[in-house]
Design a protein around this ligand. Structure first.
Ligand SMILES: *Cc1c(COP(=O)(O)O)cnc(C)c1O
Length: 425
């Protein structure tokens, strides 16, 4: 067997097309190198990365401290399975539990696995602590959610592409509109409700930011009804939205204080993506003892979950967030980005609005949802050295690594506005 040497983007695309399952529709750019806020294609062209692997690369590409931690752990011990202890996992569990202020952490690998884990914990808690009759637990979810791709998770998606012909679907979910406290209040009146699973900002759906007090009210309603408030912060967490978590509300302190007014503390917190800075698949579920302790030996697990490399990488990735002030940087640059974009939008016929929080933002294109305008704009942005991707139809998400400087951000704003101008009618 020989391994092909990739000499052109065209060749790499042809190989994926011929030998890979067609489960994605990528922008036609083939990346071969990344550093900080930049990536380079096979031909050596340099781009600003405005997707950050869906907010996994918050700390920037190939961060030396994260890669360093990964390399040194990879040379020492990579995998033991949880049949034995390893000398990294406990250290990481303590570090991350202190960091996010929960009693315990359950380590997994991908986001979807962590969501599945949260669902399992929530159901078990309902049967063993709340006294719901076994098999009857219901979890409230929101319309247009994105929580991953497993069979159970797509069962409560309303994206037809993600769902169709993958049934039969897992029961036990009640769907309500997003950002609708009244609907939540009504759903909570139903019997056997165990949890409310929610994204503090709906990223995949198009960066929908709810009313300022939605999380706070949702949390209160869950509390009042003895229902677990489960925050999926896989995309919004770890500094992306200008707080350590999006549920931190208006607080941008690093230490995830529990004193401030606006914090809506989840009963179960789900993390992934930037938990590793994009270096390695690392996800986690955090909760306090009274919830986490419903899981006993043999009842849940993963061969790779909590492996020593993941532990080393996650600790380094979280340390970088603190050392480099990424929360504050995301907050400041996010405000700058939205205000600069808003100035342009005032004069624009083709872009109708910019929205978001911190450095998780999107623009909505003034064209029909099934038009190709957003895609064409992303193609033009690519030509001009900036990579972004449409989310749903006519929405483009802008989420650069959080290690960006102000000068770089302003450079990007000018690339974006100059490119969009060519689409004005
Ligand atoms: C990406 C994402 C997931 C799924 O994570 P995977 O690692 O792709 O399985 C779940 N929830 C949210 C909010 C996400 O953004």
């Amino acid at each position: 067997m020989t391994v092909d040497t990739i000499t052109s983007s065209k060749q790499a695309i042809e190989l994926e097309d011929k030998y890979g399952a067609h489960n994605y529709h990528p922008l036609p750019v083939v990346l071969a190198k990344g550093e900080g806020v930049h990536v380079w294609d096979v031909e050596g062209k340099k781009y600003y990365d405005f997707l950050s692997a869906y907010s996994a690369v918050n700390q920037g590409h190939c961060h030396p401290k994260i890669v360093g931690a990964m390399n040194s752990q990879a040379e020492t011990l990579t995998l033991t399975s949880r049949a034995f202890y390893n000398d990294m996992l406990g250290k990481y569990e303590k570090f991350a539990s202190d960091y996010f202020k929960f009693d315990k952490l359950l380590p997994m690998n991908t986001g979807a696995e962590a969501v599945e884990t949260a669902i399992k914990i929530c159901r078990k808690w309902a049967y063993e602590k709340k006294g719901v009759k076994e098999t009857d637990a219901q979890i409230i979810v929101c319309e247009n959610n994105f929580h991953g791709r497993t069979t159970t998770i797509i069962s409560f998606s309303n994206d037809e592409g993600a769902r169709k012909n993958f049934g039969p679907y897992t029961p036990g979910f009640i769907k309500i509109p997003y950002d609708d406290t009244e609907a939540l209040e009504n759903a909570l009146k139903q019997e056997n409700v165990a949890g409310f699973l929610v994204e503090p900002i709906q990223g995949e759906a198009g960066v929908y930011t709810p009313a300022d007090d939605f999380m706070k009210k949702a949390k209160q309603l869950c509390n009042d009804n003895n229902v677990l408030f489960i925050a999926d912060e896989i995309q919004t967490g770890i500094a992306r939205t200008g707080g350590l978590l999006a549920v931190c509300g208006n607080c941008s302190c690093e230490n995830h204080c529990e004193r401030q007014e606006t914090y809506s503390r989840p009963d179960i917190l789900i993390l992934g993506k930037a938990l590793s800075g994009g270096a390695y698949p690392v996800s986690a579920v955090l909760a306090d003892d009274e919830i986490m302790n419903v899981i006993k030996p043999g009842q849940h697990g993963s061969t790779f979950g909590g492996n020593p490399v993941a532990a080393a990488v996650a600790m380094a990735a979280l340390q970088v967030v603190q050392d480099e002030n990424l929360i504050q940087n995301a907050r400041t640059l996010g405000e700058l980005f939205r205000s600069e974009m808003a100035k342009y939008i005032e004069t624009s016929n083709i872009v109708s609005l910019v929205r978001g929080k911190g450095l998780l933002n999107a623009i909505v294109i003034n064209d029909s949802e099934d038009s190709s305008t957003a895609w064409d704009m992303c193609m033009a942005l690519k030509e001009n050295g900036l990579l972004a991707k449409p989310t749903h139809g006519n929405i483009i998400r802008f989420a650069p690594p959080l290690v960006m400087t102000k000068e770089q951000l302003l450079d990007c704003v000018s690339i974006i506005t100059e490119t969009l101008k060519t689409f004005e009618k």
